[in-house]
Write a protein that binds this ligand. Structure first.
Ligand code: AOF
Ligand code: ZN
Length: 347
């Protein structure tokens, strides 16, 4: 049986929950009958709703899953959370074998689901396509193991790393197909984060459920800037004000680091607010400051060259002498969005 292929199907099913399951993991599940035909599938659709295993099992009539195989990208849970334990339901339905992509990193589950299944005499196969399963749930893993918000940067530049000319001309560097992909990437993140500089320079809409703006001196136009017209918004500043709500905007005071709002403070606050992942889309100063916290970078490159050293760079935050001080990332993926490309990097 090609379990890797089946786990891949689970990963694709799980991805349908993107944008809706946070703070829960992305989980997909398929069920094979005793001769190996796929007879059901399911995925976790929304936080608070059925887990993937329950979704797939409850589509079947009473005895249909008996002696079958359940395939799932994350260890079935063993605890009573917002829903009852999936391991119990799997046992009750008479499943004979469970194939798992990765162990759950949630300490309440971590191996207990597998133990429960084995104690009931179920054959458990672990770690099938594990690294792909871990990549799928990179946000959940960071949250559970480090208690921190998963932080990513998205930038779109020319071949020479520029995001605008010296006069600020930047629309558009990348093509429509690349920009369409950006919308899909945004949807995977609980919030997007930008700076007053970007709001003032570009007046972007940045359509999203939650938006974070770093605006130290509260100099953006809260009435008229496009970005404030929708979504739940948090503005971090250093005015002597208490945290306050005005309509959809929450104003959050933050300490200063040098002459900038302390980014680590902001990211820690986001986790307190229940924001499990954030995509930073800003200019070179904030992007640069964010690099040391970045778990991931989405770097779109257009086949264009500006060739002007006064043009604005995607990372512009320090002076170094030695090339060994450069920030180091690993290229995980390169995809074409003709005529542009997207390079995805992680640590
Ligand atoms: C999910 N979906 O398909 C699986 C999960 O609060 P609850 O009851 O939704 O439980 C959430 C935990 O359950 C989650 O942190 C993870 O450890 C485990 N498995 N969660 O949301 C699923 N299989
Ligand atoms: Zn569960």
């Amino acid at each position: 049986m090609d379990y890797e292929k089946l786990i891949k199907i689970c990963i694709n099913l799980a991805s349908q929950g993107e944008g809706n399951v946070s703070p829960n993991p992305l989980v997909g599940c398929i069920i094979l009958d005793k001769v190996g035909n796929i007879i059901s599938n399911g995925y976790h659709k929304k936080c608070g709703e059925a887990h993937a295993e329950r979704d797939a099992l409850l589509k079947l009539k009473n005895d249909e899953a008996r002696d079958g195989t359940l395939i799932v990208n994350l260890e079935p849970c063993s605890h009573y959370g917002k829903t009852p334990p999936c391991a119990d339901l799997i046992i009750e339905k008479g499943i004979k074998r469970v194939v798992i992509g990765m162990r759950d990193v949630n300490p309440i589950v971590a191996g207990n689901g597998i133990k429960k299944l084995k104690n009931a005499g179920i054959d458990v196969i672990e770690n099938v396509l594990e690294s792909e399963c871990r990549a799928l749930n990179e946000v959940f893993i960071k949250n559970m193991t480090e208690h921190k918000t998963f932080t990513a940067i998205k930038t779109a530049t020319t071949l020479d790393g520029k995001i605008a000319t010296s006069t600020g001309s930047s629309k558009w560097i990348t093509s429509q197909s690349a920009r369409r992909e950006v919308k899909k990437i945004r949807n995977r993140y609980d919030a997007i984060l930008t700076s007053s500089g970007t709001v003032l320079a570009d007046n972007p809409v940045m359509l999203h459920r939650k938006k974070i703006i770093i605006d130290r001196n509260l100099k953006t136009d809260f009435k008229n800037s496009q970005i404030y017209k929708n979504g739940e918004i948090y503005v971090f500043h250093d005015k002597n004000l208490h945290a306050e709500n005005f309509g959809n905007i929450t104003f959050c005071p933050a300490p200063i680091d040098g002459n900038k709002v302390n980014l680590e403070f902001v990211l820690n606050k986001l986790y307190e607010y229940g924001i499990m992942s954030v995509l930073i889309e800003a200019g070179g100063h904030l992007n640069g400051e964010a690099l040391k916290y970045a778990d991931k970078i989405y770097h779109f490159i257009a086949p264009k060259i500006v060739g002007d050293n006064k043009a604005l760079s995607c990372y512009d935050y320090r002076a170094i002498d030695n090339i060994e001080e450069a920030e180091l990332f690993q290229i995980r993926d390169v995809k074409a969005y003709p005529p542009d490309i997207l390079i995805t990097l992680t640590r």
